[in-house]
Design a protein around this ligand. Structure first.
Ligand code: PLP
Length: 294
């Protein structure tokens, strides 16, 4: 990924009541080293992040991402981010975006070991070309996540539902999916419920209802899924949060992995069994997801 812009945000200045945070930002060279070796984000993955899609300079669903950043911070006992400061940081970074699709990453780290304050920064990079996945789809395998569906309640220290920087397990799941000849994975709880992809939410069409697993099941509540459900509701479709079993996925009329950057990738096979690719519906979903969304 080629980073084109980076901004360090001073979260220590964020408790000051004000409306302009420009002097809490420092533009840095995105190609030069920037972090201290004592950073807990790199030493322990101890921090949280957001990836925001940018289309022709417009950052998508900023409020939903900022709300989730605040939710992740609360789950991780990090100081509450000042959303006004982060909103201005997103706008500043988005101003540097070129036409086409880009990614803004927001990172809030616990900071430097024994240091006084969290560290925060935002970056801009050109997005990968996701045309193929959006039109031709992805083959998935279902992988055991190793937790029951109630783990987020029974073991909150697992931080399920927070978007933490500890993504090594998620990346390992994608590598395992590729080893098995697929493109991506779908996590299933140890008690047999479909959860989410390692970097995406899952949405199924079952007859005339669009379904996604309940976010209370220890999964990340996806901003793309939320936005897609609002679109489907407006289009007159029914949408529902409910528990999903692997047999529901196998019998689905269509299914997608949805996420902020790749957008809607139709699932064309599950564990080697074909699933219908609804090209027209997928195209209209991705057309909506590429339109400016607030
Ligand atoms: N679930 C996980 C584990 C993710 O990492 C992501 C995004 O990266 C999502 C779901 C989808 O979230 P969003 O639609 O906000 O990108």
């Amino acid at each position: 990924m080629a980073w084109s812009f980076a901004l360090v945000i001073d979260p220590a200045a964020s408790d000051v009541a004000r409306t302009d945070f420009a002097d809490t930002f420092t533009v840095i060279d995105p190609t030069a080293p920037a972090l201290s070796v004592g950073e807990l984000s790199t030493q322990r993955g101890d921090g949280i992040f957001e990836s925001i899609g940018v289309v022709d300079g417009h950052p998508q669903e900023v409020e939903a991402h900022l709300e989730r950043l605040a939710h992740s911070a609360a789950l991780c006992d990090l100081p509450a981010p000042n959303l006004g400061q982060w909103r201005q940081a997103v706008a500043t970074v988005a101003d540097a975006a070129e036409p086409g699709e880009s990614v803004i990453k927001l990172i809030l780290s616990r900071g430097v070991e024994h240091g006084p304050a969290p560290t925060a920064w935002a970056t801009l990079a050109k997005a990968a070309d996701n045309t193929w996945a959006r039109s031709e789809g992805v083959r998935v395998v279902q992988l055991d996540r190793g937790y029951g569906v109630h783990a987020s309640v029974e073991a909150p220290w697992l931080l399920l539902g927070a978007k933490t920087l500890s993504y090594a397990v998620n990346m390992a799941a994608i590598r395992e999916a590729k080893r098995r000849g697929a493109d991506d994975a779908v996590f299933v709880s140890s008690d047999g419920f479909v959860l989410e992809g390692p970097t995406s939410s899952i949405v199924l069409r079952l007859g005339d209802v669009f379904v996604t697993p309940e976010p209370s099941g220890g999964i990340l509540h996806g901003t793309t899924q939320l936005s897609l459900f609002a679109f489907l509701d407006r289009e007159g479709y029914r949408t529902e949060y409910r528990q999903v079993r692997p047999e529901d996925l196998a019998a689905a009329d269509a299914a997608w992995l949805v996420s902020s950057i790749r957008l809607a990738a139709p699932i064309v096979s599950v564990d080697g069994a074909d699933l219908t690719l609804d090209r027209d519906l997928t195209a209209s979903i991705n057309e909506y997801l590429l339109s400016p969304r607030d």
